[in-house]
Design a protein around this ligand. Sequence first.
Ligand SMILES: [Zn+2]
Length: 331
Amino acid sequence: MNINYYFNENINDFINHIKLDIPSINNYNIIIGSNRCMGRVRDYKTYNVNKRCRFMALSDSNLCKKCNNRCPNGLINENLDENSALYKTYKKKNSNFINEYDLNVKLFCPYTEEDFIIHMRNIQKHISKTNHIMQNSCDIEDIYNNLSDYIDINSFTNINTDDPTLLHNTINFYKKDIVAKMKLHLTIAETEELYDKIHDFIINNSNKKSINELIANADIITLRELNHEVDLYLLNNDDKHNPYSVYMNSKSGYLLIGYARNWIDHNGDVPDDHKNHEGLVLDADTQLPILEVEINETGSLLTGIQKGIYREWEYDDEVEQFRKTSYIERM
Ligand SMILES: [Zn+2]
Protein backbone atom coordinates (compact mmCIF):
# COMPACT_ATOMS: atom_id res chain seq x y z
CA MET A 1 0.00 0.00 0.00
CA ASN A 2 1.04 3.63 -0.47
CA ILE A 3 1.92 4.66 3.06
CA ASN A 4 3.01 8.15 2.05
CA TYR A 5 -0.44 8.80 0.73
CA TYR A 6 -1.88 7.93 4.08
CA PHE A 7 0.59 10.01 6.00
CA ASN A 8 -0.24 12.98 3.86
CA GLU A 9 -3.96 12.51 3.78
CA ASN A 10 -4.86 10.83 7.02
CA ILE A 11 -2.19 10.57 9.63
CA ASN A 12 -1.38 14.24 9.91
CA ASP A 13 -5.09 14.99 10.26
CA PHE A 14 -5.33 12.28 12.79
CA ILE A 15 -2.37 13.63 14.76
CA ASN A 16 -3.91 17.10 14.74
CA HIS A 17 -7.18 15.61 15.84
CA ILE A 18 -5.76 13.94 18.89
CA LYS A 19 -3.50 16.94 19.53
CA LEU A 20 -0.26 15.04 19.79
CA ASP A 21 2.75 17.26 19.71
CA ILE A 22 4.47 15.58 16.79
CA PRO A 23 5.85 17.45 13.83
CA SER A 24 4.09 16.58 10.62
CA ILE A 25 5.24 13.27 9.26
CA ASN A 26 6.27 13.16 5.65
CA ASN A 27 8.71 11.19 3.60
CA TYR A 28 9.37 8.53 6.16
CA ASN A 29 9.99 5.12 4.80
CA ILE A 30 7.79 3.16 7.11
CA ILE A 31 6.11 -0.17 6.66
CA ILE A 32 3.09 -0.62 8.80
CA GLY A 33 1.75 -3.99 9.66
CA SER A 34 1.57 -6.52 12.42
CA ASN A 35 2.67 -10.05 13.29
CA ARG A 36 -0.06 -12.34 12.15
CA CYS A 37 -0.75 -15.73 13.64
CA MET A 38 0.95 -18.53 11.68
CA GLY A 39 -1.79 -21.04 12.50
CA ARG A 40 -3.54 -22.75 9.60
CA VAL A 41 -7.31 -22.85 9.77
CA ARG A 42 -9.64 -25.13 7.97
CA ASP A 43 -11.57 -23.90 4.97
CA TYR A 44 -14.71 -25.89 4.34
CA LYS A 45 -15.91 -23.55 1.65
CA THR A 46 -13.20 -23.52 -1.01
CA TYR A 47 -10.84 -26.09 0.60
CA ASN A 48 -7.97 -23.64 0.38
CA VAL A 49 -5.03 -25.24 2.18
CA ASN A 50 -3.36 -21.86 2.64
CA LYS A 51 -6.06 -20.32 4.77
CA ARG A 52 -4.32 -18.55 7.62
CA CYS A 53 -5.63 -17.52 11.02
CA ARG A 54 -6.59 -13.83 10.87
CA PHE A 55 -5.65 -12.83 14.43
CA MET A 56 -2.53 -11.02 15.56
CA ALA A 57 0.24 -13.15 17.02
CA LEU A 58 1.05 -12.79 20.69
CA SER A 59 4.10 -10.62 21.27
CA ASP A 60 6.28 -13.60 22.33
CA SER A 61 4.86 -16.19 19.94
CA ASN A 62 4.11 -16.73 16.29
CA LEU A 63 0.59 -17.80 17.19
CA CYS A 64 -2.45 -15.97 18.47
CA LYS A 65 -3.90 -16.65 21.89
CA LYS A 66 -6.37 -19.15 20.53
CA CYS A 67 -3.96 -21.10 18.34
CA ASN A 68 -1.37 -21.02 21.08
CA ASN A 69 -3.66 -23.22 23.16
CA ARG A 70 -4.72 -25.50 20.36
CA CYS A 71 -3.43 -25.60 16.78
CA PRO A 72 -4.70 -28.88 15.28
CA ASN A 73 -3.99 -27.95 11.65
CA GLY A 74 -0.36 -27.03 12.08
CA LEU A 75 1.51 -23.98 10.89
CA ILE A 76 0.81 -22.22 7.64
CA ASN A 77 4.45 -22.57 6.50
CA GLU A 78 4.57 -26.34 7.02
CA ASN A 79 2.82 -29.15 5.16
CA LEU A 80 -0.25 -30.62 6.75
CA ASP A 81 0.25 -33.76 8.82
CA GLU A 82 -0.90 -36.59 6.55
CA ASN A 83 -2.68 -38.27 9.44
CA SER A 84 -4.68 -35.21 10.36
CA ALA A 85 -8.41 -34.96 9.81
CA LEU A 86 -8.00 -31.86 7.69
CA TYR A 87 -5.54 -33.57 5.33
CA LYS A 88 -8.06 -36.35 4.71
CA THR A 89 -10.91 -33.94 4.16
CA TYR A 90 -8.97 -31.77 1.71
CA LYS A 91 -7.77 -34.85 -0.20
CA LYS A 92 -11.32 -36.05 -0.58
CA LYS A 93 -12.66 -32.68 -1.74
CA ASN A 94 -9.69 -31.46 -3.78
CA SER A 95 -7.27 -34.23 -4.85
CA ASN A 96 -4.81 -31.66 -6.22
CA PHE A 97 -4.48 -29.67 -2.99
CA ILE A 98 -0.91 -30.77 -2.15
CA ASN A 99 0.31 -28.82 -5.18
CA GLU A 100 -1.27 -25.68 -3.84
CA TYR A 101 0.82 -25.24 -0.70
CA ASP A 102 2.32 -21.79 -0.38
CA LEU A 103 4.82 -22.19 2.44
CA ASN A 104 6.70 -18.96 1.85
CA VAL A 105 4.82 -17.04 4.52
CA LYS A 106 6.24 -14.46 6.88
CA LEU A 107 5.13 -13.73 10.43
CA PHE A 108 5.09 -9.99 9.80
CA CYS A 109 2.40 -8.85 7.39
CA PRO A 110 2.29 -5.31 6.04
CA TYR A 111 -1.24 -3.99 6.21
CA THR A 112 -3.25 -3.79 3.09
CA GLU A 113 -4.82 -0.39 2.55
CA GLU A 114 -8.08 -1.74 3.81
CA ASP A 115 -6.53 -3.25 6.96
CA PHE A 116 -4.72 -0.05 7.64
CA ILE A 117 -7.79 2.16 7.39
CA ILE A 118 -9.73 -0.15 9.66
CA HIS A 119 -6.87 -0.21 12.12
CA MET A 120 -6.55 3.59 12.22
CA ARG A 121 -10.29 4.06 12.53
CA ASN A 122 -10.35 1.76 15.51
CA ILE A 123 -7.61 3.76 17.18
CA GLN A 124 -9.39 6.99 16.37
CA LYS A 125 -12.66 5.69 17.75
CA HIS A 126 -10.95 4.53 20.87
CA ILE A 127 -9.22 7.86 21.42
CA SER A 128 -12.26 10.04 20.80
CA LYS A 129 -14.27 7.82 23.09
CA THR A 130 -11.70 8.16 25.85
CA ASN A 131 -11.43 11.91 25.31
CA HIS A 132 -15.17 12.20 25.39
CA ILE A 133 -15.37 10.60 28.78
CA MET A 134 -12.41 12.51 30.14
CA GLN A 135 -13.24 15.94 28.87
CA ASN A 136 -16.97 16.25 28.74
CA SER A 137 -18.25 14.70 31.91
CA CYS A 138 -17.50 17.73 34.07
CA ASP A 139 -17.92 20.49 31.53
CA ILE A 140 -21.06 20.26 29.48
CA GLU A 141 -23.69 21.02 32.14
CA ASP A 142 -21.43 23.72 33.46
CA ILE A 143 -21.32 25.29 30.04
CA TYR A 144 -25.11 25.22 29.72
CA ASN A 145 -25.47 26.95 33.06
CA ASN A 146 -22.89 29.61 32.31
CA LEU A 147 -23.39 30.40 28.65
CA SER A 148 -22.81 34.08 29.33
CA ASP A 149 -19.17 33.20 30.03
CA TYR A 150 -18.88 31.86 26.50
CA ILE A 151 -21.14 34.19 24.57
CA ASP A 152 -20.79 37.93 24.64
CA ILE A 153 -24.37 39.15 24.97
CA ASN A 154 -23.42 42.52 23.58
CA SER A 155 -22.11 41.03 20.39
CA PHE A 156 -25.54 40.09 19.18
CA THR A 157 -27.60 43.10 20.17
CA ASN A 158 -27.44 43.92 16.49
CA ILE A 159 -28.67 40.54 15.35
CA ASN A 160 -32.18 40.47 14.09
CA THR A 161 -33.40 37.25 15.67
CA ASP A 162 -36.38 37.20 13.30
CA ASP A 163 -33.99 36.39 10.47
CA PRO A 164 -33.70 32.59 10.67
CA THR A 165 -30.55 32.29 8.55
CA LEU A 166 -28.72 34.92 10.52
CA LEU A 167 -29.84 33.38 13.77
CA HIS A 168 -28.80 29.91 12.62
CA ASN A 169 -25.36 31.13 11.53
CA THR A 170 -24.88 32.95 14.79
CA ILE A 171 -25.78 29.89 16.84
CA ASN A 172 -23.41 27.76 14.78
CA PHE A 173 -20.67 30.29 15.20
CA TYR A 174 -20.92 30.14 18.99
CA LYS A 175 -21.38 26.39 18.96
CA LYS A 176 -18.15 25.86 17.04
CA ASP A 177 -16.40 28.38 19.19
CA ILE A 178 -17.40 26.64 22.42
CA VAL A 179 -16.62 23.17 21.09
CA ALA A 180 -13.18 24.29 19.96
CA LYS A 181 -12.34 26.31 23.05
CA MET A 182 -13.49 23.63 25.44
CA LYS A 183 -12.12 20.80 23.29
CA LEU A 184 -15.44 19.00 23.42
CA HIS A 185 -16.19 15.72 21.71
CA LEU A 186 -19.94 15.73 21.45
CA THR A 187 -22.35 13.10 20.25
CA ILE A 188 -24.95 14.16 17.71
CA ALA A 189 -27.54 14.44 20.47
CA GLU A 190 -25.24 16.58 22.61
CA THR A 191 -24.44 18.80 19.64
CA GLU A 192 -28.14 19.36 19.08
CA GLU A 193 -28.66 20.10 22.74
CA LEU A 194 -25.86 22.64 22.73
CA TYR A 195 -27.44 24.25 19.66
CA ASP A 196 -30.78 24.51 21.44
CA LYS A 197 -29.26 25.97 24.58
CA ILE A 198 -27.42 28.63 22.58
CA HIS A 199 -30.57 29.36 20.62
CA ASP A 200 -32.56 29.95 23.80
CA PHE A 201 -29.79 32.00 25.30
CA ILE A 202 -29.62 34.32 22.32
CA ILE A 203 -33.40 34.70 22.09
CA ASN A 204 -33.66 35.48 25.80
CA ASN A 205 -30.86 38.00 25.76
CA SER A 206 -31.23 39.70 22.44
CA ASN A 207 -32.41 43.21 22.13
CA LYS A 208 -35.45 42.89 19.89
CA LYS A 209 -35.26 46.46 18.69
CA SER A 210 -33.15 46.91 15.63
CA ILE A 211 -29.93 48.66 16.57
CA ASN A 212 -30.10 50.70 13.39
CA GLU A 213 -33.38 52.19 14.54
CA LEU A 214 -31.88 53.06 17.89
CA ILE A 215 -28.72 54.49 16.40
CA ALA A 216 -30.75 56.93 14.34
CA ASN A 217 -31.58 58.76 17.57
CA ALA A 218 -28.21 58.34 19.24
CA ASP A 219 -25.89 61.06 20.46
CA ILE A 220 -22.60 61.13 18.63
CA ILE A 221 -19.27 61.94 20.15
CA THR A 222 -15.83 61.65 18.65
CA LEU A 223 -12.97 59.99 20.41
CA ARG A 224 -9.46 61.06 19.48
CA GLU A 225 -6.32 59.33 20.56
CA LEU A 226 -2.99 59.24 18.78
CA ASN A 227 -4.03 59.46 15.16
CA HIS A 228 -7.28 57.64 15.51
CA GLU A 229 -10.53 59.43 15.30
CA VAL A 230 -13.65 57.38 15.83
CA ASP A 231 -17.27 58.40 15.87
CA LEU A 232 -19.03 56.83 18.80
CA TYR A 233 -22.77 56.45 19.11
CA LEU A 234 -24.18 56.76 22.60
CA LEU A 235 -27.35 54.89 23.44
CA ASN A 236 -29.26 55.33 26.66
CA ASN A 237 -29.13 52.40 29.06
CA ASP A 238 -31.19 51.66 32.13
CA ASP A 239 -27.94 50.84 33.88
CA LYS A 240 -27.31 53.53 36.50
CA HIS A 241 -23.57 53.00 36.54
CA ASN A 242 -23.19 52.90 32.78
CA PRO A 243 -25.94 55.16 31.49
CA TYR A 244 -24.77 54.89 27.88
CA SER A 245 -23.64 52.08 25.62
CA VAL A 246 -21.03 53.14 23.14
CA TYR A 247 -21.27 51.76 19.63
CA MET A 248 -18.99 52.15 16.73
CA ASN A 249 -20.02 51.84 13.12
CA SER A 250 -18.04 49.07 11.46
CA LYS A 251 -18.31 46.91 8.38
CA SER A 252 -20.24 44.28 10.32
CA GLY A 253 -22.71 46.77 11.73
CA TYR A 254 -22.76 48.68 14.96
CA LEU A 255 -20.56 47.11 17.56
CA LEU A 256 -20.58 47.73 21.25
CA ILE A 257 -17.12 48.85 22.24
CA GLY A 258 -17.64 50.26 25.69
CA TYR A 259 -19.69 52.43 28.00
CA ALA A 260 -20.04 56.11 28.67
CA ARG A 261 -21.02 57.61 32.01
CA ASN A 262 -20.71 60.64 34.16
CA TRP A 263 -17.38 61.05 35.86
CA ILE A 264 -17.44 60.18 39.55
CA ASP A 265 -14.18 61.21 41.18
CA HIS A 266 -13.33 58.06 43.11
CA ASN A 267 -9.69 59.11 43.54
CA GLY A 268 -10.44 62.48 45.11
CA ASP A 269 -8.53 64.33 42.37
CA VAL A 270 -11.10 67.07 42.08
CA PRO A 271 -12.08 69.53 44.85
CA ASP A 272 -15.61 69.09 46.19
CA ASP A 273 -16.80 72.47 44.94
CA HIS A 274 -16.55 71.09 41.40
CA LYS A 275 -18.94 68.22 42.20
CA ASN A 276 -22.66 68.04 42.72
CA HIS A 277 -24.36 66.40 45.70
CA GLU A 278 -24.16 62.99 43.97
CA GLY A 279 -20.39 63.29 43.64
CA LEU A 280 -20.49 63.82 39.87
CA VAL A 281 -17.76 66.08 38.57
CA LEU A 282 -19.23 69.10 36.78
CA ASP A 283 -18.03 71.07 33.82
CA ALA A 284 -16.96 74.46 35.21
CA ASP A 285 -18.65 76.38 32.39
CA THR A 286 -21.86 74.50 31.78
CA GLN A 287 -22.27 72.88 35.22
CA LEU A 288 -23.19 69.68 33.39
CA PRO A 289 -21.63 66.35 34.42
CA ILE A 290 -18.34 65.59 32.68
CA LEU A 291 -18.50 62.59 30.43
CA GLU A 292 -16.09 59.68 30.53
CA VAL A 293 -15.89 56.84 28.01
CA GLU A 294 -14.53 53.43 28.82
CA ILE A 295 -13.24 51.48 25.83
CA ASN A 296 -13.40 47.73 26.37
CA GLU A 297 -11.18 45.00 24.93
CA THR A 298 -13.32 44.55 21.81
CA GLY A 299 -13.30 48.27 21.29
CA SER A 300 -9.58 48.38 21.58
CA LEU A 301 -9.15 45.63 19.02
CA LEU A 302 -11.53 47.29 16.58
CA THR A 303 -10.32 50.84 16.90
CA GLY A 304 -6.66 50.46 17.79
CA ILE A 305 -7.34 52.78 20.70
CA GLN A 306 -5.96 51.55 23.99
CA LYS A 307 -8.58 50.20 26.33
CA GLY A 308 -9.28 52.35 29.33
CA ILE A 309 -11.11 55.48 30.39
CA TYR A 310 -11.13 58.73 28.43
CA ARG A 311 -12.52 62.03 29.74
CA GLU A 312 -13.46 65.34 28.21
CA TRP A 313 -11.74 67.27 30.99
CA GLU A 314 -9.11 66.61 33.59
CA TYR A 315 -8.38 68.63 36.72
CA ASP A 316 -4.98 70.33 36.88
CA ASP A 317 -3.84 70.63 40.52
CA GLU A 318 -1.19 73.25 39.88
CA VAL A 319 -3.38 75.84 38.26
CA GLU A 320 -6.45 74.61 40.13
CA GLN A 321 -8.66 74.39 37.10
CA PHE A 322 -9.89 71.99 34.46
CA ARG A 323 -7.99 71.38 31.28
CA LYS A 324 -9.48 69.99 28.11
CA THR A 325 -8.01 66.58 27.31
CA SER A 326 -9.10 66.63 23.66
CA TYR A 327 -9.82 62.94 23.94
CA ILE A 328 -13.53 63.37 23.60
CA GLU A 329 -15.30 65.80 21.33
CA ARG A 330 -19.01 66.31 21.71
CA MET A 331 -20.76 66.90 18.41
ZN1 LIG B 1 -4.41 -18.05 15.32
